[in-house]
Design a protein. Structure first.
Length: 202
């Protein structure tokens, strides 16, 4: 399915506020549960205390990465998240949902700073993990594969078109903020404008 068709289908088949939620995810506002209360089910040969310490450090790095991103420092956020990923690999191994989530998040940030080879590598590893976890036909795998194609498309775009697409992400965030303030009509206008940009460029 071509990207344009995909966005058109979403726009026409789902309520606008569901679209807001989907686009928020694509814009990088992913949320993960943060808890260091229990040790992970799978890890390298670590004691319970070591596992808990690493989980606490992982959670601290996630909060730090999120704060840095909100502060407009994506490269610093990437550095914190890469350190977090190293810890997660020690705790959970390479084939784990937590690792897949962090790779997804990192891919979005690599795109943000236009490091496209790193973004593609992170997305491809995420796809491989999801296939191992769910099978090649699972919807999560299909979505991750589409996002990998999306990264490749962005790399092939001109800098001007990428900047325009970034404007669509900003409009999406504005729509979410408007909805949170109870301005539903304004949110609809903004999300439709964002979708128009995405249809044209993708």
């Amino acid at each position: 399915m071509k990207a344009q068709t995909r966005w058109s289908y979403i726009a026409e088949a789902m309520p606008v506020l569901v679209v807001v939620g989907l686009l928020a995810t694509s814009a990088g506002t992913l949320c993960r549960p943060v808890s260091a209360l229990e040790p992970p089910a799978r890890s390298e040969d670590l004691s319970d205390d070591q596992q808990r310490e690493l989980l606490a450090e992982r959670d601290r790095l996630w909060e730090r990465a999120s704060e840095l991103l909100q502060a407009g420092k994506p490269r610093d956020a990437i550095e914190a998240a890469e350190s977090m990923l190293t810890i997660e690999r020690r705790l959970f191994g390479d084939q784990d949902a937590e690792v897949a989530f962090t790779l997804e998040w990192l891919s979005g940030r690599y795109v943000q700073v236009e490091e496209f080879p790193a973004a593609q590598s992170a997305r491809q590893e995420q796809v491989d993990i999801l296939i191992a976890m769910h099978g090649a036909g699972h919807w999560r795998v299909a979505d991750a594969r589409w996002e990998l194609v999306h990264v490749q498309m962005l790399e092939d775009m001109s800098a001007e078109d990428r900047a325009t697409l970034l404007r669509a992400d900003e409009l999406t965030q504005d729509a979410i903020a408007a909805y949170s303030r109870g301005e539903s009509a304004r949110a609809v206008v903004l999300i439709r404008e964002a979708l128009d940009i995405r249809r044209r460029l993708l």
